[in-house]
Design a protein around this ligand. Sequence first.
Ligand code: HEM
Length: 392
Amino acid sequence: MSANAQAFDRWIRGPFVAMNTELEELYFARPDRADVEGVGEATKARLRDEGQRHVLALWQEGNTGDGFETAFGVLGNVGMYLGALRRHELTNPAREERSPFREASSLAMHVGTSIGMAPRFATAHLAQRNLAVRGVRKSFTSLADEFLFIDENTRGILSIQRAADALGRIVPLGVSNPVADVEFAAALAALQTAKSANERLFANLDTDRFFYSVRPYYKPYRVGRTEYRGANAGDFSGINEIDLLLGLCRANDPSYAQILVEKTPFMVPEDQARLRECMRHRPLLDEFLAIADQGGAGEPWFQANARAFLAICDVFAETARQHHDELVARFIVGPSAAMDQRHMAGLTASGPPLAALLRSLEALRDQRMAAQRPDLGTRHDDLARLRALCVG
Ligand code: HEM
């Protein structure tokens, strides 16, 4: 890593965090916590100017040829800097046609393109590829609720990745293979861990702190002329690998395919490849039903593996329910209802108005729960059939 890249990283992990935290405390003490204009102006200017000096040095160096990890780290740091400028209203895509931070934009575009990712910070920077230095993970602030959010999100992501990995290993074995039991058990255990992470978030995250002091760093912002949506904990392939491997969602369903296309550049290249790979497999649910059609449902391996599969579908459904009915409801919908209407624009990480976002999240929940929704073409009837085939 170049000296400039190291210096920027130290700044992001040190003074940047301190200034953001100081600003958050000022905003949080205001009667309207969402109104950040005209507060802490000197600190905002310092954050902008110190960051700009690091960006200039890296931009002039123009060197991204130091391997993936370095380029990925620089992309995360310049992205977090731009995300913070957006959070403190030093830039706002609604009132600008291009980012006022030209060098930061150029640097982000250069590094992002060189590694095949969108030119902004992604979930992976703060989650599954967030390198801790002596125990300290990268973050925007040092608020306890931000660490809780980052850590539990990451535990959720890592668990879902493990479950996806286990399910993927069943494909070459086939669902009629008795040894698939090892991977079914691994997937089940991993999803139970994801469920526990959701439970801890729901129980321990402070709603107002999350809504007013953490979430705003995930707003969309411009890089050059283009506005990029914010990062969300779903920007990794594991969740979609599970959707597709279980057979709950289909890559040729137009709205689901749209989600996959849209999120691909926000994922690390390794995940982009995994997603492409798992689109080519036949879903496990379809495998079971095809065997049943050929009269194989009475076999002991069918009974054991189908039960294990159904147990996985049940926990996965529960995590989907938790995400929408608990996390999104408590931490986004609840506080946004109480927020001054002036601040509603730019509330979500992806940009669309809240009602539209909620509809699409609800559809995902119902697909993952295989709810009885003929309008969505969920696998409700197919899962019910498989359950009925599991006797005793
Ligand atoms: C406080 C906790 C959380 C809240 C409030 C929350 C909220 C949201 C929201 C609002 C979106 C829509 C994107 C947007 O904002 O524009 C979203 C997307 C997503 N989130 Fe979360 N989330 C939380 C934690 C998690 C965790 C722990 C996971 C699992 C690791 C997760 C997985 C996803 C996924 C996969 C998506 C993409 C849509 C989908 O495929 O379901 N989220 N989340």
